[in-house]
Design a protein. Structure first.
Length: 479
């Protein structure tokens, strides 16, 4: 479907392509279905997500059951309810239930993979420059504590989709020529900042061809982009359900095909499901006390079913969240509306922000229209902002001879303005927009969702315009 057709369907939002039946019209009126403060406009769904008001009593019911009869619920009721949640996602994602387990968030799963794999000298972890920061820290930690080494692919968006395949092939060839190997590659479905979709489907295929394990960070995945894990067949895949699927925080689905489950013997943290190897166990596994009831599930499933005492009741809300989404028109209708809104809103905001603004897009047109995020450049020129800062420094120090910019560089000015704007969104405008200084410019990442419409983003553009004026008046230096 072309971007124009997507935009038209998103504008109409009145029918379900799957069965032709009428669906609820999306837009601002749906904010009543969520738990937002009436004065707060949530423009940053992508960071933490949210869930419908209708799920709150379901969540509370599970929590209450856990408190009323703790042992009965945790030991006997919870496992069967968890299986039902896993089954509902197995249907949505088109993969066997036996390959799906829950973890609190995507970062936990990435840690589970990278800390669980055994690395030998010469083994490398490949990742891309726009990796989520916590995951890059995980790579760094693993490389400090194991023989693994990191290979980071450098680039700055916009780049074409073909760049990523070429980068993987070249890295694998280079490391093999040096006598090493790329053991695992970590990449996103949708990059967090800037918010753009990666060609993850093609990258999984390339990794398979080259004998590299694919570890897909789908934090922005289920409920955000089309996913068919049966067809994709990644080696490891995680996706947050609390971001885009309308499930309470924190909840993520972790997919590991049967062939790779033996590669991950431990959860994070290690818990009752871990089976030590005979050579490393000082005590026979059969003699280690396990307080949990016997299970007929696989060791992998059992391992992740209980990982210490936590409030895992968000996992049990998945079937209700999927039912609510179906009531709203289903996955296709939701994704179609959000994808189109993100694209249209980005161009409209850039238009309202005027000269110096723009939308992050590549020549192939693949960075917009296929996900719920988009990026709009703010009409702020770093050099001019540095001049404002330098002038303020001169006034403060009484040094009229100071060279403009000698007190502050582009990187520092980027951080100062970003921090000030993010806090000011909350304090002065009762909203929040994800902001990044990237490639020598400030970019706002917008999140499209069914409770938003074009007028919300037009309002946001007005706020941003005022904020840019305040930056040029030096307000970000007031602290």
């Amino acid at each position: 479907m072309s971007s124009k057709e997507l935009a038209q369907r998103g504008k109409e939002g009145t029918s379900d392509g799957a069965n032709g039946t009428a669906t609820p019209k999306f837009g601002a009126h749906l904010r009543e279905e969520f738990l937002f403060d009436e004065k707060y406009l949530n423009l940053n769904h992508g960071s933490f997500g949210t869930y419908p008001r209708a799920l709150l009593p379901i969540l509370h019911t599970h929590q209450l059951s856990s408190e009323q009869r703790p042992d009965k619920f945790i030991r006997y009721t919870y496992p069967s309810l968890l299986s039902a949640s896993r089954a509902s996602l197995a249907t949505l994602l088109n993969c066997p239930v036996s390959t799906l387990v829950f973890v609190p968030n995507a970062t936990t799963a990435i840690n589970t993979v990278l800390r669980g794999l055994r690395f030998a000298p010469g083994d490398k972890i490949l990742y891309f420059a726009t990796i989520y920061g916590a995951c890059e820290k995980t790579v760094q930690y693993v490389c400090e504590t194991t023989p693994a080494e990191a290979v980071r692919v450098e680039y700055t968006y916009p780049v074409e989709d073909a760049f990523f395949e070429t980068a993987v092939r070249e890295a694998v060839k280079k490391e093999e020529e040096k006598g090493g190997r790329i053991k695992v590659a970590v990449f996103d479905t949708v990059v967090s900042l800037p918010g753009v979709r990666m060609p993850f489907e093609r990258l999984v295929d390339v990794c398979r061809e080259l004998g590299v394990l694919s570890c897909v960070d789908g934090a922005h995945g289920v409920g955000h982009v089309e996913l068919d894990l049966g067809r994709l067949d990644p080696d490891f895949f995680v996706s947050n359900c609390h971001k885009w699927l309308f499930v309470p925080r924190g909840c993520a689905i972790f997919h590991v095909p049967l062939r790779n489950q033996p590669l991950l013997p431990s959860t994070l943290p290690t818990s009752h499901g871990y089976t030590p190897t005979p050579s490393s166990a000082s005590t026979s596994p059969s003699k280690i006390n396990n307080p949990l009831p016997p299970s007929t599930k696989s060791p992998f499933e059992t391992n992740f079913e209980f990982v210490g005492t936590l409030d895992n009741t968000p996992y049990l809300c998945v079937p209700a969240a999927l039912a609510w989404r179906e009531k709203m028109g289903g996955e296709d209708a939701i994704l179609t509306y959000c994808h189109a809104l993100a694209e249209k809103a980005a161009y409209r905001m850039a238009e309202l922000l005027g000269e110096g603004s723009g939308v992050l897009q590549n020549e192939g047109g693949t960075l917009l229209g296929r996900c719920c995020l988009a990026n709009v450049r703010l009409p702020l020129e770093p050099r001019r902002v540095i001049e404002v800062a330098a002038a303020a420094v001169k006034r403060k120090r009484g040094n009229g001879d100071a060279e403009v910019g000698e007190e502050i560089g582009e990187g520092e000015i980027g951080g100062l303005v970003t921090s000030w704007m993010c806090r000011t969104f909350v304090d002065d405008y009762d909203t929040f927009m994800a902001l990044i200084f990237y490639g020598g410019a400030w970019w706002i990442r917008i999140s499209a969702q069914i409770y938003l419409e074009m007028k919300d983003f037009e309002w946001a553009a007005g706020v941003l315009k005022k904020m840019c004026e305040r930056v040029m008046e030096g307000e970000f230096l007031a602290e």
